[in-house]
Ligand binder design. Sequence first.
Ligand SMILES: [Zn+2]
Length: 245
Amino acid sequence: MPGWPWLALSQLAVALLWWRLGWSWGLPALLLSHLAFVLPVFMPRATVYAPALARLPVAERAVWLTIDDGPSADTAAILDALERHGARATFWWVGERARARPDLVAEIRRRGHGIGNHSQTHPSARFWALGPQAMAAEVGQAQQALAGPAGAPPRWFRSVVGHTNPFLAAPLREHGLARVVWGARGYDAVDGDPVRVLQRIGRGLQPGAIVLLHEGAAHGRSAEIVEAALCLLDERGFATLEPPQ
Ligand SMILES: [Zn+2]
């Protein structure tokens, strides 16, 4: 686990500093060293606790469209929008939601889109605090739920609200999962205004960008926003691509 040796070393350094220079150096060093381990938990792109793929290494004008939090009442409309635009996407689904809709898991695969693991229960408020067993269960149970009739489990994982802690790397390794973050997002999980959302996404568009969108948001405009994002990609001449599953 990447964090532990650094934690041990940093605390040894703090102890040395405190011993040689006194508490006025030792105490701030102690607090700073702990901040250095706490902050990355809440920084989606930090790689202290698990590696992260933040963009695809391609030069062509293409992005990876990633849609979080389904399946939902928006899934069917989003699938139709993707088809109209000839676009591909990866759906990052929650295991227990997918268990209730096995037909949709099969439908996604039939239409040639990908499925990523977005945890079993989507515990937004406490994902960052999960211990080793609970974390392994969130990852492993979702793998089973999302394997679908073909039995192929996902290869990609996305952290709940982007958080990561020292207990995530082990289950990711066990299931051969790569953690995927993003380079373009519009905060559409909370903001239902397509104009504002697309302005934010537009700023992050570049070859290989990973675009983050959502379905099933409480504002009820997710399908409309995905459609608008697809129009934006068309206008700017971006195709969609998926890394091989
Ligand atoms: Zn989510």
